[in-house]
Design a binder for this molecule. Sequence first.
Ligand SMILES: [Zn+2]
Length: 471
Amino acid sequence: MDNQSAVITEVDVTIEGGWVLTVDADRRVFRDGFVAIDGSKIVAVGRHRELAQRYRGRRVIDGTNKVTMPGMSNGHRHLLCCAKGAMPEGGTTLEALRRFIYPSFAQLTEEDMHAYALHATAEMIRFGTTSFEEPGCNHLPAVLDAITTSGMRCRTGPWTWDQAGSAGDNGLPHWLSFTAQECLQRLEQGLETVRAFGNPRIRDAVTIEGVGTCSDELTAGAAKLAQEAQSLMVLHKATSEREVEIELEQFGHRPVEHMLKIGALNDRVFMNHVTCINDDEVQMIADTGVRISQNPSTALKLAKGTTRTGKWPELLAADVPVMLGTDAENCSNHQDITRAMYLAALLPRDARADPNAVTAEQAIEMATINGSRALGWDDIVGGLQVGKEADITVFDATDFDWRPLHNPVANLVYGATGHSVHTVLIGGDVVLDNKTLTWADPDELREQVEAIDRRVLSEIGIDPKPQWPVY
Ligand SMILES: [Zn+2]
């Protein structure tokens, strides 16, 4: 043994053995890998047989029979939502919004938002997600507090609309009713609130609703504000064929095209859904540097037409940062980005009868490094590489869904779900340990959230139950 290999550096955590998918610049994969973490950062990634002689972890995570990869990102996860499974079945997007989603949002108090945010972050971590985009919440300080407790990375801002968009205000609740100017002030205040809160894991966003509920003045003003403040303007856009029809009738332009016409497309714009666009709009998105969250489970549940009118392979081919999201409690009913990867890889193949439309590797990139690019976090997270923050998800690969295990990329995308997530680290902190949250009691969270759900559902007159007779 030479002198160099005899030097052993003590670090906070090591993950020793098993498959490691780095998703780094070279997309290196190690069969018998090793990750060393000190403080919040990754200090070494490589082969076990080499690094085990150089690093000793004060805490050792056994990586054998596991698959270690970068923590996943969720590009669309509302915290302002409730009562999973309670939304009446059979509605279109616009019907669901007006009958259930907006009225329930309007009922939530500051304490409710805090409890939902804790529950939602707990669920995301349990399924391997370490960062997310929250597209506009109410009671922002309570939400910031809850996210901090969870340890997650997040971009968020206040729920904002002026109810003066292409869909009119028919049926919208009289809740958070603002003029365009008041909205812009609220958005600026949101930036200040997040920045003053001072958690380096939470970044601000200029959050407007966007599906026909915002005036051009607000949409263009928000895009400008995001650029000036070096934030992200987050909105829902091009979410259904109906939305496109409405904008064509009113403006003579499709939604993305209309945003370009009013000067609201720039490289600080982050659009959610984008399930109904054409090739010209793909080009507009690519040319202006817009970022996107594709949310396949919500597209399927709300019948958005993503397989017919989505342009996912084209957006990826144009190097648009496309990430994956889930959405609110009742739009997706799960917060599992592994399931989103499965859909994102397979739906375009069937839609185009092309087995190469989206690859398994591209699906993992959307869930990890593309997510960091889209959310503007790729300066510090996104791949397992030296110097990056240690946001890491470790899957237990012992059960049938992972076996036989020859190619972890294929098993992860086609076979696994987030239920097999074993351990999660964010910034070097272990937030899930052997499938158990280290920072919250799930029984307590569930009881709190279900009590709030019951109150809100009775306030909005919904009695959730199966359509079959219940005794
Ligand atoms: Zn949404």
